[in-house]
Design a protein around this ligand. Structure first.
Ligand code: CA2
Length: 149
């Protein structure tokens, strides 16, 4: 079971800016915790971050055949990117949308996701635990898919 974790713009600032909104953990610390959980469950994780929409689109496209599930925190691109939505829909690797914050309790422009409708599900509002729940969900999904074959 191989999981690709993609993080969008500004998430590299985690732990360094706005701790009252996004917490004190750095992206490296979050990635380590996700890797540990995936290893406990017998899987492998690769975590990447980019501030560039096109780079994220490229990584989604390349995931086919290499990764079983994508965990995608597209950050601000969640609310704007038709390109990421089209990539997720076209590639067909099951994708779970992840958010640290509860986007529905924030500004109205964050309530709309361009990507959620082409994802298997959305996990938001639990800080780092959103990613850990995403790992659990990825394993459940994979087991369900193997059983259905
Ligand atoms: O809650 C989330 O995970 C978000 O995807 C975070 C995005 C935001 O645009 C989405 O609406 C919800 C923002 C990520 C920016 O991360 C920062 C981290 C530290 C300091 C400043 C920004």
């Amino acid at each position: 079971m191989r999981i690709l974790v993609l993080n969008g713009p500004n998430l590299n600032l985690l732990g360094h800016r706005e701790p009252e909104v996004y917490g004190r953990l750095t992206l490296a610390e979050i990635s380590q915790a996700i890797e540990r959980r995936a290893a406990e469950l017998g899987g492998e994780i690769e975590c990447r971050q980019s501030n560039l929409e096109g780079e994220l689109v490229g990584w989604v496209q390349e995931a086919k055949g290499t990764f079983d599930v994508i965990l995608l925190n597209a950050a601000a691109y969640t609310h704007t990117s038709v390109a990421l939505r089209d990539a997720v829909a076209a590639v067909g690797v099951p994708t779970i949308e992840i958010h640290l914050s509860n986007v529905h309790a924030r500004e109205e422009f964050r309530h709309k996701s361009m990507i959620a409708a082409v994802c298997v599900g959305v996990i938001a509002g639990f800080g780092m635990t959103s990613y850990l729940l995403g790992v659990e969900a990825a394993f459940k999904l994979n087991v369900a898919q193997q059983t259905a074959k």
